[in-house]
Design a protein around this ligand. Structure first.
Ligand code: UDP
Ligand code: MG
Length: 313
């Protein structure tokens, strides 16, 4: 018998969880004889999300939950869910119904093909999203795809159905700084894309501030390309060439005109410019160093406080 596990990260989603459950169960019920399990991952919520999950799990044996000791972030929640999923196929999706549950049967049909390891959803527009957010997102995808060899599809959501083989490959990627969109693409396999129209959140509000998104984009860039480091060396080299020209020019001028005082303004400007560029390059190196430092500590990606298998004492 084939089983689909659905991993659903939740952070303060007390309004969304019951709505999601009511929406997903009938859809999965239609897919008989396929069995399913829903794994809610409580990412350290401070609202009533966890009691709700406990209640659903006690009423319905197909519902499992994992609860973290604090907020570890959506990426950690996805990892934990994948680790605990027992299904032959595993779906990951948001709880706010922005990822349409009615796509699941279609995704399942597609993944049956031997040439398909993963079916992923992508938005065909960004309606319902703020203008600044859309603008920044579009440019982020443009930049990352130019500088990184790992393709990150614009508009791709973390909504996908994967085969067991692909899930195992994702689980092999044990890095602490996680950027799922990059990981899914880096491991390869054959992904089919299904386009759908963007929807608004059913209830509750987004957990992603603009600051979170900026940090997330930086994660994506530093996690999947070291080109900024090469950029720092190239800028350094260019400045060396430029200063060689400047030295020749200044010495020649001094020999011809012998004017030692003039040139204060240009000197100060140059000092500012060069120190700015130096700091920028050190910053880039620092960014990678920080990532290496965090990875080298080998901290766990998440810590469980309670789960449907092991209740909190
Ligand atoms: N989420 C999470 N941990 C976090 C932030 C978000 O598990 O620290 C979950 C959240 O509950 C939701 C999903 O990740 O199920 C997507 O979050 P959200 O809807 O806020 O993001 P958006 O759709 O606006 O990108
Ligand atoms: Mg959402």
């Amino acid at each position: 018998m084939c089983m689909i596990s659905i991993v659903v990260p939740c952070y303060n989603e007390q309004e969304a969880i019951p709505v999601y459950y009511e929406a997903v169960v009938p859809i999965m019920g239609q897919m008989k004889p396929v069995e399913f399990e829903i794994i809610f991952v409580d990412d350290g919520s401070s609202d009533a999300s966890l009691p709700l999950m406990r209640k659903l799990a006690s009423q319905d044996s197909r519902v499992q939950y994992l609860s973290f000791s604090k907020n570890f972030g959506k990426e950690a929640a996805l990892y934990a869910g994948l680790e605990h999923a027992k299904g032959d196929y595993v779906a990951v999706m948001d709880v706010d119904l922005q990822d349409p549950v009615d796509l699941l049967p279609e995704m399942y049909r597609h993944i049956q093909s031997p040439d398909c390891d993963c079916v992923a959803a992508k938005r065909d527009d960004r309606k319902g999203e703020g203008k600044i957010r859309s603008f920044l997102s579009e440019h982020f995808y443009h930049v990352i795809n130019r500088i990184s060899q790992t393709e990150i599809v614009s508009g791709a959501r973390d909504y996908r159905l994967m085969t067991r083989q692909m899930v195992d490959a994702v689980l092999e990627m044990k890095e602490y700084n996680r950027f799922s969109k990059g990981i899914f693409s880096w491991i390869g396999f054959r992904t089919e894309w299904i386009a759908y129209t963007n929807r608004k959140r059913s209830v509750g509000k987004t957990k992603w501030s603009l600051k979170n998104l900026l940090v997330y984009s930086l994660e994506g860039i530093t996690g999947f390309t070291v080109l900024p480091l090469s950029l720092a060396s190239i800028i350094g080299l260019l400045f060396c060439l430029l200063s060689a020209c400047m030295i020749c020019f200044i010495i020649t001028r001094k020999l011809i005109f012998g004017d030692p005082v003039a040139g204060w303004t240009s000197l100060v400007c140059l000092i500012f410019l060069v120190s700015g560029v130096q700091l920028f390059c050190i910053g880039i190196i620092g960014e990678y160093l920080a990532k290496t430092y965090l990875e080298s500590k080998r901290r766990p990606i998440y810590i469980l406080r309670e789960s449907s298998e092991v209740e909190h004492e």
